[in-house]
Design a protein around this ligand. Structure first.
Ligand code: FAD
Length: 240
């Protein structure tokens, strides 16, 4: 059973106009151990009903032996949890949370081709996984991060992924922007990218999907119906 902890907010930083990084220091642990890709569930003081109070967030930082974790959270207008986090949580705020949780974790088999697709803050677990791979000098065959958002200013962790592209010849990074007028890269949604670059089925290729329902539903449908991938080859984390 995952344990409950108290995390104190020790740092807050805006990434862009509606996305913010929060750093939590876990009070009762010297080291917060987790598998890259996992998440925590906060119990926020926002409602009487537990189901409305519990909000989950992927850990965007990688396990480094310390007790501070970083989260990457997008503000949802009218959203109970994010309104609290953006308007009330500040340095020193104590947040009750349980974790680590989840099975959307660093692929066991890194000698397969790994395609990691995300929209918005769904990129957080991939950022964690890539930094973990780098910090621990873990070998991999091929990792491709495909990220989608509206505009160039919404791209999350761009400089980190650009750095991985420069460092590793077997790492690829593509961004699709749905509402940017002038942009040299892909315009539209993430789906065109994997359809174009991986048009043929391959049994040793695995797709990871992370983010909100529209993207995940569409990707699962495309991967299954158009490209022939079964459940074993498509792993997803649905944010809502
Ligand atoms: C395992 C897991 C990990 C998650 N990790 C993250 C994370 O790392 N970062 C993060 O920002 N969120 C993450 N989420 C989503 C998060 O838990 C909340 O659902 C989100 O912050 C909205 O909460 P809220 O209380 O503000 O909105 P609510 O009051 O719960 O609801 C607002 C409504 O809008 C929808 N919604 C909320 N946000 C979006 C969005 N951006 N796009 C489209 N629809 C949306 C919800 O599904 C809901 O219908 C994760 C969810 C899960 C299940």
């Amino acid at each position: 059973m995952p344990k409950w902890h108290i995390g104190t907010v020790v740092k807050v930083e805006d990434i862009n106009k509606n996305t913010r990084s929060f750093w939590l220091e876990v009070q009762d642990l010297e080291s917060m151990d987790f598998i890259p890709g996992q998440f925590i569930t906060m119990d926020l003081p926002i409602h009487e009903k537990r189901i409305k109070r519990w909000k989950s967030y992927s850990i965007a930082s990688h396990p480094d032996g310390g007790n501070i974790i970083e989260l990457c959270i997008v503000f949802q207008p009218g959203g109970l949890g994010t309104t609290y986090l953006f308007e009330e949580a500040t340095i020193g705020t104590e947040i009750k949370f349980k974790g680590p949780l989840g099975v959307f974790t660093i692929p066991k088999n890194l000698d397969e081709e790994i395609i990691m697709i995300a929209t918005g803050t769904g990129v957080a677990p991939y950022r964690c996984i890539m930094n973990y791979i780098e910090a621990n000098e873990i070998e991999f065959k091929h990792i491709h991060v495909i990220f989608g958002c509206r505009k160039e200013e919404d791209i999350l962790y761009r400089s980190e992924f650009d750095r991985f592209t420069e460092k590793y010849s077997n790492f690829k990074y593509d961004v699709a922007l749905s509402r940017q007028e002038s942009w040299n890269g892909y315009r539209g949604y993430v789906h065109q990218i994997y359809k174009e670059q991986y048009p043929e089925y391959s049994h040793d290729r695995r797709f990871y999907l992370c983010g909100w329902r529209n993207m995940i539903d569409e990707a699962r449908k495309t991967l299954s119906e158009d490209l022939g991938y079964g459940k074993d080859n498509v792993i997803f984390e649905l944010y809502g």
